[in-house]
Structures are given as structure tokens and as C-alpha cells.
Design a protein around this ligand. Sequence first.
Ligand SMILES: [Fe+2]
Length: 386
Amino acid sequence: MILDPSVFHCPTQIHMGAGVYKQLPRLLNEIGANRIFIGTDKAVESTDFFSRVRGQLDQTDMEYVIFTDIEPDPSVKTVNAGYKLCQDHGAAAMIAIGGGSTIDVCKAVGILSTNGGKISDYAGNHKFSIPPLPLLAVPTTAGTGSEVSGSCVITDTDNGVKMSIRHLTLNPARFAILDPLALATLPAHVAAHSGLDAFVHAFESFVSRRATLLTDSINLQAISLIAGNIRQFYANRENTEAGLRMLCGSTLAGIGFTHTGTGNIHCISRHIGARFHLSHGLSNAIMLPHVARFNGVACPEKYRQVAAAMGENTWGLSANEAVDRAVAAITRMCGDLDIPGGLRQLGAAKEDLVEIVERSFKENYNAWNPRHTSRKDFEELITAAY
Ligand SMILES: [Fe+2]
């Protein structure tokens, strides 16, 4: 996932605006594809937005198949089933309409379609070389940034391992369709959790040890867009102005963290989510204020910029006060979105924390996280989040 920091790369063509889904037939024509694989999930398939997309395709001579069996944390089995359907149909392009899981499955199916083999063959960095089937990604959450990120995550359920398949230049979608109409039926809590995931991408990327001048610009704008609109979007997902700003923020954050990696929030939340069966976004949201507080001493001037991007007045503040201001703004944002105060409230058992500390420490995110983090630090962070 991590590039040479001197290189900036975003191969995805991004279309944005309410109703931009109507461009899909034209873009498919541009690719020269008229046999299409559509990946989605059953909830999205039942929405008015999905019917509208079908309506657009039905006005053309394009033939499409719809694959709906996509679960959260998608498995190798799901990818294989999608791949079979895609092959049987002879698809020349794919449309993913859904959240990060759906986009990730389509990315994996696209890799298998042109490279053959098993998806586990491609786990790691740059393990495939033939461009996958062209993917048009229509995110229905403003969260993962998978439409522009260079990775997809697939779970090998037989071995209990999450595989990350990364290729900076070949794995992002060919087109991202950022249409706030796709967000209208999102449940409020999913809007909050996925929106905070996007905030965490931008925040961790901004303070990353691998941040560059270009990723800084992108991430600050992402922080501003997300922090300035997430409350309105949480309150009303039919607010297309807030929805579009959230989508642009999450896509920018996806471009940012693709270049820098994430940090200790993501490091810890992976294990919290798996152990306590919490969504990725909620796990991140629980850890966000604690890791933000911990990392502040490493880069206080960056925290001043974070606070300002979140709409806080930082004039005349000392470095320490600027850190406090940013952490307070972050904590208030989580509270306004009804994020529980700790893992205890979510039914987590305290004795399970020991294993999470060990696993987090072994991940060794010290290459990216701005403050070096010891085993004891992890213990304190995770205990604070309990
Ligand atoms: Fe994330």
C-alpha cells in the first residue's frame, strides 16, 4: 500500500455530483464494454438508487448480471462465487455499488478475471501485473475510500487471516462515481461510523511519518469537509450537499492514506473489531480520541492545523493548547455522533484486552505512527478506551 514518498499517484477518474450516476452508460461505452458484472449487497439492491442505476442500463443494449452475496469482511468464498459469475457472463467491466466490502470484492474479482489463479496468490504488495477488469465504483457510504485506494481486504476464513491485496497503480477503480443520491438510505449509525472512519484516514495520514506536502493538502481538505459536514449528514442522509462533501472528503482521505499508510487507531481497531464484533468504523471511533491525545506531543503544529481545519480558533494558542483544542474538537465530534464512551459500554470483557495489546504491539506501526509506541503505551491506550 505504501508508495515511495516522493511519488504521488491517483489513477482514478472521479465524477461527482447529485445524479452523476447517469454517466455510467457513457463511461462503459468509453471502455467499450457491454457485458457488465454488477457487485452489490441485498440491502443496496432494494434501494431506489439501485433501481435508478438499472433503469439507466436498461435503456442501452448492455447485458449485466447482478451479484448480491457480499457480506461485511468478505471472504475468499465470496470472491470465488463472484468470479465464477463474472466469468460465466463474460463480463468486460464491473460496477460496484456499495460500501468498502462490495468495492473490495469487485476489485478481487477483477484481479482474478485477468490474472487467473487464486486470490491468495496476490496477497501483499504488487503481486499481480496484468491490469484487472475496469471497475466503476459507486460508493454508498462516505467512508472507506476504497474507490481510490490501492488495496482490497479479503478474509481467508479457513485460516482466519485477513489478506490485504495491494497495488498502488492497478488496484484503484478506473472510475469513482461520487453521487450523494446513493447515500440517501444509509442508516444514521452507519453514516456516523463510516464517516468517522474517513476522518481517521485523513487524520492518521496527515500526522503520519510518511506524510508529504501533497498528502498534507489533500488530508487537511478532507478533515475540513468531513468535520464540517458529518453532523448534518448524520442528522439527514438525504441532505445531498452534506452527502457530496462527505463523499469528496472520504475519497480525498482514501488518496491520502494510500500514500502514507494509517497509524495506531487502525492498528488497534483491527483487533478490537475482530474480538468484539464491532464494525471497522465504530472500532476506529472508539480509539480516535485516545490515540489523538497520545500522538499530540509528536507533532503539535500539525494538531494546530487539524484544529483550524475543524473550524476551531487557534489564534494565539501555545503548541500544547493547540493539541488540547484539536483533541477537544475530535472528542466533541464523536460525542455529537453518539459514539459510546468506551468498550465496556459495548459489552467487551476486560480480560480480552491483554490479547489486543499483544496483537497491536506486534503489528509494529511505528514506521508510520508519529509517536513511537511501546507495549506499555498500547496497554494504556486500550485500557483508556475500555
Ligand atoms: Fe479505515
